[in-house]
Design a protein around this ligand. Structure first.
Ligand code: FAD
Length: 350
């Protein structure tokens, strides 16, 4: 094993959270040559690869705020006018439009810091540094590490049904290849992604039948002036509008909805040929020696001294003004959160 180098900060992951972390470190005067950035592809993470054909639940204005919120992004200096800058700030958009500028920012940041196309396999403490081991057997040491490693969709185990991956079910172009007129697809879930999947199937595979199994009633975000009720868990934008029009006692012909209890699953699930799981996400794993399984403080992101979690894998837990606690996920929320916690992280190494 060779130690290639020693870094002050290492950021694992180049999705939107990794991009924000690297940008904010540079803005906070960390020498870019002492920052190592690691990702297997540098293609804007799952946001760029899996969800680019998904309609956003976020207004364009919040995406633009994200792009403008780090000097080191050099977004304002860019001569390119991106498509997302041509549409109204109040609209939502396909995530693709945000992927283009994020890819451009990734390239800018990569030219400033040390970047490494690789996968981190494990972390452990060595002489007051974090030792990071890579899939290719190399290793580096870093005083501080930000893990922005993203999350994968949770699945259930129904091996008799053919699973349609969520990224396919959310992509109307690819979904058509998977759906046939005699298919019956079970869709598990009732959150934003589940409703998007149902709508996608109904609109693009009109002869395919859907059985939707849900655990809780549909939940909507509600703008209450100074706060948004169900901001992180509720349906928003065009998806909320579509759900209100179609899913409340007036279901489309090819859709049935069932409470996901034992009896309904026993009576209905055997009729299905395929399944889509849209039941939430769980963080990716890295072997972490000497630290209990990725427990983190959801108010500060601290996992251990010098080791911090960020992004969808380690979301902030925050109370709204009604006292409801929600995990906050979304690009603008990541940016606000790192503005609050980075001053702590900068002082909490060993
Ligand atoms: C369907 C869907 C729609 C969404 N819509 C919106 C929206 O409209 N607006 C909004 O603001 N947010 C939205 N989000 C939420 C959120 O912004 C995205 O989930 C975003 O992708 C999370 O960014 P991230 O950087 O935390 O993770 P990711 O985008 O998943 O990036 C993680 C990166 O880390 C890399 N990585 C993982 N493990 C390792 C390792 N061991 N070594 C090296 N690299 C590693 C991965 O390869 C990946 O590149 C949506 C999410 C989903 C699922």
């Amino acid at each position: 094993m060779t130690f290639e180098n020693e870094y002050e900060w290492t950021v694992i992951g180049a999705g939107p959270a990794g991009i924000a972390a690297v940008g904010k470190l540079i803005d906070n005067h960390i020498d870019p040559k002492k920052i190592l950035w690691i990702d297997p592809e540098f293609k804007v993470g799952d946001f760029g690869k899996k969800w680019s054909k998904v309609p956003s639940n976020t207004k364009v204005s919040l995406f633009i705020n994200f792009l403008n919120s780090c000097n080191s992004f050099e977004f304002l200096k860019s001569n390119v006018l991106f498509d997302i800058q041509k549409i109204s700030a109040d609209e939502t958009c396909e995530l693709d439009l945000m992927v283009q500028p994020l890819q451009c920012i990734t390239n800018t940041l990569k030219s400033k810091v040390v970047s490494n196309i690789d996968i981190v396999s494990s972390l452990k403490m060595k002489n007051r540094y974090w030792l990071l081991e890579f899939n290719n057997q190399n290793a580096i040491i870093s005083k501080n590490v930000i893990m922005a490693i993203g999350a994968e969709e949770k699945i259930l185990s129904y091996p008799d049904l053919k699973t349609i991956p969520l990224e396919i079910a959310l992509n109307k172009h690819k979904l058509k290849e998977y759906c046939h007129s005699d298919d019956i697809i079970s869709v598990f879930g009732s959150s934003h992604s589940a409703i998007l999947v149902i709508r996608n199937i109904l609109e693009n595979c009109p002869k395919t039948k859907i059985l939707n199994f849900y655990k809780s009633p549909l939940c909507y975000a509600l703008n209450c002036g100074n706060t948004i009720l169900n901001d992180n868990t509720g349906l928003k934008g065009t998806t909320a509008h579509w759900a209100k029009e179609n899913l409340h006692g007036n279901l489309p012909e090819n859709l049935n909805r069932f409470l996901a209890n034992e009896e309904n699953l026993k009576n209905e699930l055997y009729k299905c040929t395929h399944v889509v799981y849209a039941i939430g996400f769980q963080r990716r794993k890295i072997i972490l020696e000497g630290v209990s399984d990725f427990e983190y403080n959801p108010k500060t992101g601290i996992i251990a001294p010098g080791l911090f979690g960020f992004g969808i894998a380690f979301p902030e837990l925050k109370c709204d003004s009604f006292g409801n606690e929600e995990h906050r996920v979304g690009l603008w929320k990541f940016m606000n959160y790192i503005n609050n916690v980075l001053p702590i992280w900068l002082r909490y190494s060993i």
